[in-house]
Write a protein that binds this ligand. Structure first.
Ligand code: ZN
Length: 204
């Protein structure tokens, strides 16, 4: 089933999600939740979805960035964003740690803050440990855009939204982003929006 995606202002997006117990994972409720989250992510469409975004305060995320959108993006743009394919994964009780201290700042949006984007600085590489839908341990080592997707989704499990982390002067409707800023370097966009300083690639 396709869920309605909860929008910012709903308290479920601001409460830390609780871990899924081992015996709970096998229940039809949780298994069907995972299937429906995957369908809802494809329907949106999006590249990740966390359980609080469909109203469930559980530590479950689904991710996938391997679809038609990735294929239509130009090679230079993919390279700039370090946007490589991220195969589908359902992650239960995921834990993330940064790898190295490099960071990147790019615009991102959220299905729960529909219609807007903002520039967010995130770790370039991360390691994620979790269980899959069958309860088997999984470890993902990710860099670039896939690492950004995981950081965004795991933030949801802590009640954190990208708007908490963004450079607030860069907040924009997607319509105005397309009209004024599309395909420009983040540093140039930040200057145009009156945000000085720490754009680009430098670690902070
Ligand atoms: Zn989101």
């Amino acid at each position: 089933m396709i869920f309605d995606i909860v929008q910012v202002g709903d308290p479920v997006l601001r409460r830390p999600a609780r871990p899924v117990q081992a015996e709970e994972l096998a229940t039809s409720f949780v298994q069907e939740l995972i299937v429906s989250m995957r369908q809802t992510m494809y329907d949106a469409p999006g590249v990740g979805l966390a359980a609080p975004q469909v109203g469930e305060g559980l530590q479950i995320v689904v991710v996938e960035d391997d679809g038609p959108y990735l294929e239509t993006m130009s090679a230079p743009r993919r390279a700039e964003l370090r946007r490589g394919p991220l195969p589908f994964a359902a992650l239960i009780n995921p834990v993330l740690e940064p790898v190295g201290d490099e960071t990147d700042e790019f615009f991102e949006g959220c299905l729960s803050v529909a219609g807007y984007s903002g520039a967010v600085r995130r770790h370039r590489a991360v390691r994620v440990e979790a269980m899959d839908a069958r309860g088997e341990p999984v470890t993902l080592e990710l860099e670039g855009w896939p690492a950004r997707i995981l950081q965004h989704e795991l933030d949801h499990l802590a009640g954190v939204l990208y708007i908490d982390r963004m450079d607030p002067r860069t907040f924009t409707t997607n319509e105005n982003f397309g009209r004024w800023w599309k395909a420009r370097p983040v540093d140039e966009i930040k200057q145009g929006l009156g945000s000085g300083g720490s754009g680009g690639d430098k670690a902070d």
